[in-house]
Design a binder for this molecule. Structure first.
Ligand code: ZN
Ligand code: ZN
Length: 333
């Protein structure tokens, strides 16, 4: 058995404890255990979204067809975590020694038409359109001068936070830049100042040379299990060409990413026995956009597994029971 290792994450500055003593077989992997159910079409709020009390979509695809023919709708979330109903931006104020910002922002959802077809089952065309729709909405939101960061993600399954089984994706615009993003930005900035190179481009170069953590490399997209993966079977997906801003991706990059993402999700489905998962995009902030040439956008997929316990919560050090090289070996199939 391999010996435990503490690995340092080069772009987050976190230590991760890779400890195979706690290793689990892939089929015990789905530790959290709320059972996933596909709701009936009759009770689904997204079969006929507007009849079910959702607002008129912000836009739909295909754009040149009437709304009845929709394949993708982007709508304001009926139960938003943040809203922007008034003209003013978030107000920042002090509460004693604490800092507070009013919760001004946007919360949208993107739905695809078929009740049972999750991302991996979509056609290449619709899978690409999902990403193009995210780009389109991102660009609309980034015009709002009150928006500092736009987060885009999918929660799949109840253990990953999805409350509705119909496939959907979310877009949340925040008045602040979240910590994990600003920390990652400052690590890439520091590296750039020292080496005059992008840290993510150098990581990609090393991963391609080592090969042991690579699980996908095609059409300008590369995916690998990160050297210091915090979660077992986590996968990071990058455009190979340096690009700080997701919204500035070329159509070729988006179609390459769609095919890559479908492939990786199929492998996760097959090799890990259909776990719940989250995926999310890490891109440079809207606020101060011109300043992030040193950053490199990417997408992270995290199959849902072990729950954080006292050690992780008390130290911020995650325990990952699966060596990233072993995770990659399984997912490469
Ligand atoms: Zn549905
Ligand atoms: Zn780069």
């Amino acid at each position: 058995m391999k010996k435990a290792e503490l690995r340092y994450h080069a772009t987050t500055g976190e230590w991760v404890l890779i400890s195979p003593q706690r290793s689990k077989r892939p089929n015990d992997f789905g530790a959290p255990s709320i059972k996933r159910k596909i709701s009936s079409l009759k009770n689904c709020p997204f079969e006929d979204p507007q009849k079910s009390g959702n607002e008129i979509p912000l836009f739909w695809f295909p754009e040149d067809k009437s709304i009845e023919k929709w394949e993708i709708q982007v709508l304001p979330n009926k139960y938003p975590t943040l809203t922007h109903r008034h003209l003013s931006c978030a107000i920042f104020f002090k509460h004693g020694i604490y800092d507070v910002a009013s919760g001004v922002g946007h919360h949208d959802i993107l739905i695809t038409r078929n009740h049972r077809k999750n991302y991996k089952d979509l056609s290449d065309k619709i899978a690409t359109d999902v990403l193009s729709a995210l780009v389109k909405r991102y660009k609309e939101l980034s015009v709002d001068k009150c928006v500092a960061y736009v987060s885009m993600f999918q929660n799949f399954g109840p253990n990953a936070g999805a409350s509705i089984s119909h496939p959907h994706y979310q877009i949340i615009a925040l008045p602040v830049v979240p910590n994990s993003v600003s920390r990652s930005i400052s690590y890439s900035k520091r590296y750039y100042q020292k080496h005059h190179k992008c840290i993510h481009c150098d990581i990609i170069k090393q991963e391609l040379k080592e090969k042991s953590r690579i699980i996908y490399n095609k059409n300008g997209i590369v995916a690998f299990v990160p050297f210091a993966a915090k979660e077992p079977y986590q996968v990071n997906v990058f455009p190979k060409n340096h690009q700080p801003y997701f919204e500035d991706s070329t159509p070729n990059t988006l179609s390459g990413l769609a095919v890559a993402l479908k492939n990786i999700l199929k492998s996760i489905y097959k090799n890990l026995k259909d776990p719940d998962y989250n995926f999310y995009i890490h891109t440079a902030p809207v606020l101060g956009k011109i300043n992030f040439h040193h950053y490199h956008w990417h997408l992270e997929i995290v199959p849902k597994s072990n729950v954080s316990a006292g050690f992780e919560m008390g130290t911020g050090v995650e325990i990952n029971p699966v060596f990233p090289e072993d995770a990659a070996k399984l997912l490469k199939n």
